[in-house]
Design a protein around this ligand. Structure first.
Ligand code: IDP
Length: 164
């Protein structure tokens, strides 16, 4: 049986500030993903470090610092989404990290166009609107980091009947 998974999505500060929250949540609901957790939060240094615990190791202090500043520049909206192979499906919907490489139809491709070269030249973070867990293991870690047991819900959705 195909796996029903849960995955963590963050609508990053640029998405929230640009007033895209409703439209982005709608995209996930439209494909039949079920919202099983949702909240708004201002990230602090500790949560940023725990969320992006390996980013500095992967890309260096410059990228980590730029990303930490970006992620704390305003509130984020955190979503826990459930669906069939939800981790891979949501990654497919958001597109690759650099919006300039993301195809139209993906969230990053439809709402941004920043390139890696521009980020490197300016020392800016890649403002790419959304985060989504990269693997099932990452999704488990991030779900627990962002949502307590009493903030994660189980309820029957019509998507299970018609989409799953
Ligand atoms: P992902 O968000 O597509 O999973 P990751 O490689 O996990 O990409 O990087 C996490 C975040 O760090 C990115 O979404 C982006 O905001 C930022 N970032 C990654 N690489 C760079 C870079 O080379 N320059 C600036 N920011 C970066």
């Amino acid at each position: 049986m195909a796996a029903i998974e849960r995955t963590l999505v963050l609508l990053k500060p640029d998405a929230v500030a640009r007033g895209l929250t409703g439209r982005l949540v709608q995209r996930f609901e439209d494909v039949g993903l079920k919202i099983v957790g949702i909240k708004m939060k201002q990230m602090d240094a500790d949560l940023t470090r725990r969320h992006y615990f390996d980013l500095e190791e992967r890309f260096g202090k410059g990228v980590y610092d730029a990303t930490a500043t970006y992620m704390q520049q305003g509130p984020v909206v955190a979503l826990l989404l459930e669906g069939v192979e939800a981790v891979a499906n949501v990654r497919r919907m958001i597109g690759p990290t650099f919006p300039g490489q993301a195809a139209p139809g993906t969230i990053r491709g439809d709402f941004a166009h920043m390139s890696k070269a521009y980020a490197e030249a300016t020392g800016k973070a890649i403002a790419n609107l959304v985060h989504a867990s990269g693997s099932v293991d990452e999704a488990k870690y991030e779900s627990e980091l962002w949502f307590g047991a009493d903030e994660q819900f189980d309820y029957p959705g019509l998507a299970e009947r018609y989409v799953f």
